[in-house]
Design a binder for this molecule. Structure first.
Ligand code: NAD
Ligand code: DAU
Length: 358
């Protein structure tokens, strides 16, 4: 079974490609534009492996995508490619509209054209798996029940609005054209190869360099955290046994306030990296201006994927965080590679005014 993965050079996509080749061993065509977030170093262990076919290209290029589908005849498309960072969507929403909405639409069109020409048996087995986020459901109060698959959509950032739009398009292609789609809505991932614009890798990198740890607002926002390897196993499970037209919420049963996440990282670094310029690392915590429109709380009710598909995360927050911190400590060349020019520009744009104001 060949599959086509979009965005397979990014954080979750690369973890998924590595996981797929190891677990399933069948070919992966990896279509990725290599934006600032895409990095072929993530896939270096597959260099020379004929099961990984990398293609640099845009999901919004209908002819290119259709050509790839006709050439490689995948049995599934797993769609990760997106602009994924909320703060960037606040600074500049346009790329989010282009990739997450228009790009997903063109990809769906190419998938529909390819699928429509397949022989009946292959048509029935084909799947379009859309990887989405819990952010489409908006923000929860402290005592509200966790998001479930029929929670109303209420996206609050340009990022989550663009993902919500793509979820709706995916749903419409099932209802209107019968394209066999499944959607997963997952909580915050962390683990190896995450670009250090996101909370956990940013805090690890700043902490080991003795830089301030910029906690937005009062630091009491809540996220549910899932180790990326567990997200990959959930996607494989949904691809194998999820019902077409359904959505599945994926979560880590691990709600944490941001401040506790940062303190956990600091304590792990005190233990694993006592030679940092400033310890205890928690002394670096610094409260900065909040993210505009910052969602207060996300929580995932993952009982559907557990009951129907027998999936549960293998890692706890504690075991996943320890592995993650160790991975960043062991992979300095990767960090140096991703924190060059463009990265420094972003850090300056996002944090300099916040720091000055607080
Ligand atoms: P990422 O930003 O690390 O990677 C995105 C990848 O998509 C990059 O490799 C980039 O080059 C590629 N890409 C961007 N635009 C493209 C285009 N037009 N054509 C082809 N490739 C393009 O993102 P991530 O954190 O790995 O997230 C992957 C997916 O999972 C996204 O759809 C995101 O919404 C979703 N998701 C992420 C999380 C999380 O915590 N990171 C949680 C739930 C869902
Ligand atoms: O919930 C799933 C989503 O999780 C995914 O769809 C997104 O692609 C992914 O980026 C992530 O979104 P968040 O906005 O929750 O992740 P981020 O790592 O940017 O922030 C996590 C929390 O930490 C959030 O409450 C904001 C806060 N934060 C973030 C950064 C970067 C800080 O306090 N300081 C920071 O410097």
């Amino acid at each position: 079974m060949t599959i086509l993965v979009t965005g397979g050079a990014g954080f979750i996509g690369a973890n998924f490609v590595l996981d797929w080749v190891q677990a399933e061993g069948t070919p992966v065509v990896n279509l990725d534009l290599l934006t600032y977030a895409g990095n072929l170093r993530n896939l270096a262990s597959l260099d020379g492996d004929p099961r990984h076919i990398f293609v640099r290209g845009d999901i919004g290029d209908f002819d290119r995508v259709l050509g790839l589908l006709q050439e490689h005849r995948p049995q599934a498309i797993v769609h990760f490619a997106a602009e994924s960072h909320v703060d960037r969507s606040i600074h500049g929403p346009e790329d989010f509209i282009k990739t997450n909405i228009v790009g997903s639409f063109r990809l769906l069109e190419a998938a529909r054209a390819y699928w429509g020409d397949l022989p009946q048996g292959e048509r029935d087995n084909f799947r379009f798996l859309h990887v989405s986020t819990d952010e489409v459901y908006g923000s929860l109060g402290p005592y509200e029940p966790a998001f479930h698959e029929s929670s109303p959509y209420a996206p609050n950032s340009p990022y989550s609005a663009s993902k919500a739009a793509s979820d709706h398009l995916v749903r419409a292609y099932f209802h209107t054209y019968g394209l066999p789609v499944v959607t997963t809505n997952c909580s915050n991932n962390y683990g190896p190869y995450q670009f250090p614009e996101k909370l956990i890798p940013l805090m690890i990198l700043n902490a080991i360099s003795g830089k301030p740890l910029p906690v937005y607002g009062d630091g009491l926002n809540v996220r549910d955290w899932l180790y990326v390897g567990d997200h990959c196993s959930a996607i494989r499970r949904v691809l194998a046994a999820g019902r077409p037209g359904e959505t599945y919420n994926i979560g880590g049963y691990s709600e944490k306030i941001n401040l506790d996440v940062v303190k956990t990282l600091c304590a792990l670094l005190d233990e694993l990296h006592p030679q940092s310029p400033r310890t205890p690392h928690a002394e670096l915590i610094s409260f900065v201006d909040d993210r505009p429109g910052h969602d207060r709380r996300y929580a995932i009710d993952a009982r559907k994927v557990e009951d129907e598909l027998s999936w549960r995360p293998a890692e706890t927050f504690e075991s996943g965080m320890r592995q993650t911190v160790q991975w960043y400590l062991d992979n300095r060349p990767w960090i140096e590679d991703v924190t060059s020019g463009e990265y420094r520009k972003w850090i300056d744009e996002n944090y300099s005014q916040r720091m000055a104001a607080s």
